[in-house]
Ligand binder design. Sequence first.
Ligand SMILES: [Zn+2]
Length: 415
Amino acid sequence: MYTSTSTCRACEHDGLLEILALGEMPLSNGLLSESQLTQKELKVPLTLVFCPACSLVQIRETVAPEILFSPEYPYFSSVSDAWVAHCRDNALELIETRKLGPSSRVIEIASNDGYLLRNYAERVIPVLGIDPASGPAAVARRNGIPTREQFFGRDMAEALAAEGVGADVIHANNVLAHVADLTGVVDGIRILLNDDGVAVIEAPYVRDLIDHCEFDTIYHEHLCYFSVTAISRLMARHGLVLTDVRRLATHGGSLRLYVQRRGNPSEAVERLLQEEQELGVDRAGFYRDFAVRVRLIQSTLRELLESLKERGQRIAGYAVSAKGAILLNSSGIDGRLIDYVVDRSPYKQGKAMPGVHLRVYDPARLLETPTPDYLLLLAWNFKDEIMEQQTEYRKRGGKFIVPIPVPTIVADTRA
Ligand SMILES: [Zn+2]
C-alpha cells in the first residue's frame, strides 16, 4: 500500500532529517461512499523531512499511485472560479510572449478536465493533455481536448518523441510535487521540450509553507515541497536550466518556474537564491521550530471550537479539500465539534470526509434552519472567494473561522 524511504527523492542522499511527524493520516482526497464507511480505512504515517544534501523538503511515505489516484478521484479543478481564471491569464500571457499559433504545440501534464488547455484550443493552438484519472480525462475529451490517460514519465515522453511530438510549452501545475517518479518526470520534460520551448511549472513554495505554518498542505499526494534552491539543483542535474521564476499567491504561496533546455537564470532567480541562502531555507535550522508552531495552531483551533460548542454554537465546515482532511484529522477535530461540511462539487456531496467521517452536503444547506453560527474555512486559500459567495449566510449573521496561520474569527462588517 505504501513505502517509506530513507533516501532523497531528488538526489538519493541517505540521511533525511525529520521536520514534522503528523502521525497516521487517512488519504486526504479519499472521500468515502456509504459502503466504504463500513470498511476499515487505510491510514498511513505522514512525515515531513529535509535533505541536507540538495535541500529538498519532502515526505518519507509514498502511497501507491493506483490507490491515491483511483478512478473516483474527486478533484475537478474547474470547480474553483479563481483557479480557472488564474490558468486562463497564464495561458493568454504565454500565447502572447511565446507567439504561439497553429504550428505550435502545448502539452499539459496532469491536465485534469482540460480547463487550462481549453484556452489554447479555443485559439486553434494544438494541445495534448496527459492525465491518469479517467473521470476528468473523459470530460476533457468530450470538450474536444485530446487527452492520454496515462502516468507521465520518461517512457511516455520517449514514446511521444518517437511519434514526432515535441512541445513549445509544457504546463505542469501542481504536479511536480505530486509524482513519486520525480526524476523520470523531469527527464520526460527535457525529452519533450523543443530547443526553444519552455516548461512552466507551478508548485507550492516551501518558504511560504513554513513562514505561514501551512501544515495542512502536507498530505500523501504531495511528496515534495520546493524551494528555488532545491528546484534549480534538481533541474541542473537533469540538464535543464531554471531561467525565470515568479512568486504567486495561489495555494498559500507558490512558485511559477520557467525551465528550458538552455539559457541563463534571470535576475529574479538569482535574487531568490540569494534570499533563500540568507534566510537559511537551504539548511536544517530553518525548519527547527516548525513542529512546535504547528502543535500550537492545532491546540488553539481545537480549544476555540470546543469553547464555541460548549456555548451551544453550531459549526459547519466549508469546502472539502485535502487540506481540510489533514487539518481536521491531525488536530483531532471531528463530529463532536463540527456538525457537517458543505462543498459546491456535486461529486463530493453525499459522501463522507476521510478519517473524521463528516458528511458532505450542498452549500444550500447553510441557509436551512438552523443556520450554522460559524463556518470553518477548510479551503482557507480561497477564503475571499468563499466569503464573497456566501452573501446570504453573511446577511443572516453567519461568521467565519479562518484556521491558518492563526485561528481567527471573521465577522462580516458589510452585511
Ligand atoms: Zn536530496
